[in-house]
Design a protein around this ligand. Structure first.
Ligand code: MN
Length: 135
């Protein structure tokens, strides 16, 4: 058994190649093989979001605080709030992030397929991000 004490691993900024705005990653676990789980606490500043991307085995998001947005390609921008759980199926192109005027923190849970958790794509345009959010 391992216990990783709070603050023992550095909080990292999300790289510009994959995120728009200020996004902090705090690692919960990247479990050693044969486990596949990678879990992070991810905190988005107002207006910050991921680029478009897919996950080979899907992704679960659990919103801890604030107000955010999520969109699957071809679908509406949807608002998410603390206590919401989002399931993104394998291969579904999507993005997630904070609302324009509110921060948002979520737990991200993904599993690796052949060592890969995510495939990054193009940034989310301001027009796509700013589309009116519904529930
Ligand atoms: Mn995702």
């Amino acid at each position: 058994m391992d216990i990783h004490q709070g603050g023992s691993r550095p909080t990292k900024l999300g790289p510009k190649e994959s995120f728009t705005g200020t996004v902090w990653h705090e690692q919960i676990i990247e479990a050693p093989e044969p486990a596949r789980l990678r879990t992070n606490r991810v905190s988005f500043g107002p207006g910050a979001r991921t680029h478009w991307h897919t996950h080979p085995l899907g992704q679960t998001l659990y919103v801890l605080s604030g107000v955010g947005r999520v969109q699957a390609k071809g679908g509406p921008v949807r608002e998410i709030r603390a206590g919401d759980t989002v399931w993104i199926p394998p291969g579904e192109k999507h993005w997630h992030g904070a609302a324009p005027n509110a921060a948002m923190a979520h737990v991200s849970m993904v599993e690796a397929l052949d060592g890969k958790f995510v495939e990054w794509m193009e940034p989310v345009t301001d027009a796509d991000y700013g589309a009116k959010a519904g529930g």
